[in-house]
Design a protein around this ligand. Structure first.
Ligand code: AHG
Ligand code: MN
Ligand code: MN
Length: 335
């Protein structure tokens, strides 16, 4: 049986869905960068890649060596190919300009180079999340690309995906017509299609949330989580199991595999920080994937993909996964 590699899948998409050649090339390059990151992550202490850099990113978070390395791998892989007009990343304050010596292209690439940083040093799954947007017409402007170009709602994404560096390295991808899962075959050096047409079950008995923040949540989330915990004898009349890996890629990957609801709610500690997760490179790409797999994603009051972003590193509350549960917790916010 011949295997369908990522490259072959992308070529077939060009034929069946008119996927432009430059978008196909972009995805290929991102996938190649993810292979390099997977390799770096797997070396761990052997290559002295664990631990911190002693620096902070724009969000005031300590940067791990692998955060910085992964960011550089993605920038270097993508800057020269002529398919991008600019990039933005969790690890960079401002938009990254394509160096003048290279051609520029039609797309914008936004990424979380290494998601789940707190898990790097303890050998638990981490990943890379990415989102692809079209660069708006700049009316002939030639200067630096500003942050405004990136501030498009998630509905404008033309592709999104993530790589998970776990027991297997996998790449999950949507081009807007379903979700495909590829597993890295290290002997072949290729991502091979292993999960065709991924679907999130509509109902579930599993939830994911960091319970240590419970006392800071708003009333609708308190009510919902209390109902989940009440189990069979509560209003939901079934028992729920809980999982929290603290790498969004790994929690979302589990939900894509066997269902569940993932929450990172707003909490009352810092009004300037409405949630922890970032809209542009965490919530939007994951919401696009989840919706394409038949699930739902909201910030409690609104579909995440409809949010008009106001800044590159903006944070949002996130509720995503199995439709029934996301709709329930969203309805509680409206009551
Ligand atoms: P990052 O490592 O890119 O900063 O993202 C970490 C995020 C996300 O992956 C995860 O769901 C969440 O932080 C975990 O947060 P807690 O440590 O507060 O549970
Ligand atoms: Mn992250
Ligand atoms: Mn990160």
């Amino acid at each position: 049986m011949s295997r369908i590699t990522l490259s072959r899948y992308l070529i077939e998409q060009t034929r069946s869905h008119n996927t432009p050649a430059d978008l196909r090339f972009l995805i290929e390059v991102v996938a190649r960068a993810c292979k390099a990151i997977s390799h770096a992550v797997s070396k761990g202490a052997l290559d002295d890649v664990l631990g911190s850099m002693g620096t902070e990113n724009v969000q005031g978070e300590v940067q791990k060596k692998l955060d910085v390395m992964s960011n550089e791998i993605l920038l270097e892989a993508n800057e020269w190919g002529g398919h991008l007009a600019g990039m933005a990343s969790e690890e960079m304050d401002q938009a990254y300009q394509i160096p003048g010596r290279y051609p520029k292209g039609a797309y914008l690439l936004v990424f979380d180079p290494l998601d789940g940083s707190s898990n790097i040093d303890v050998n638990v799954s981490v990943g890379t999340i990415f989102s692809v947007l079209r660069c708006p017409d700049r009316n002939g402007a030639t200067g630096d690309l500003g942050e405004e170009a990136f501030l498009q709602p998630g509905t404008k994404q033309v592709a999104a995906g993530y790589a998970i560096y776990g027991p297997q390295t996998m790449l999950l991808l949507t081009l807007g017509n379903g979700v495909k899962g590829f597993t890295l075959d290290r002997e072949l050096g290729s991502f091979v299609l292993t999960h065709d047409d991924i679907k999130v079950p509509e109902t579930t008995q599993e939830f994911a949330v960091n319970m240590s923040n419970q006392r800071h949540w708003e009333a609708p989330v308190q009510r919902y989580v209390n109902e989940l915990l009440a189990g069979e004898s509560g209003p939901l009349e079934k028992n729920y199991n809980m999982r929290w890996i603290a790498s969004m890629v790994a929690d979302v990957h589990r939900i894509l595999t066997r269902g569940g609801v993932f929450m990172y709610p707003r909490d009352g500690r810092d009004p300037a920080m409405p949630g922890k997760l970032r809209l542009m490179y965490e919530a939007n790409p994951m919401s696009f994937i989840i919706e394409q797999a038949g699930g739902a994603a909201t910030n409690g009051t609104q579909r995440i993909l409809d949010i008009q972003p106001t800044s590159l590193h903006q944070r949002v509350p996130v509720f995503l996964g199995s439709k029934e549960e996301v709709e329930r917790v969203t309805a509680y916010h409206q009551e």
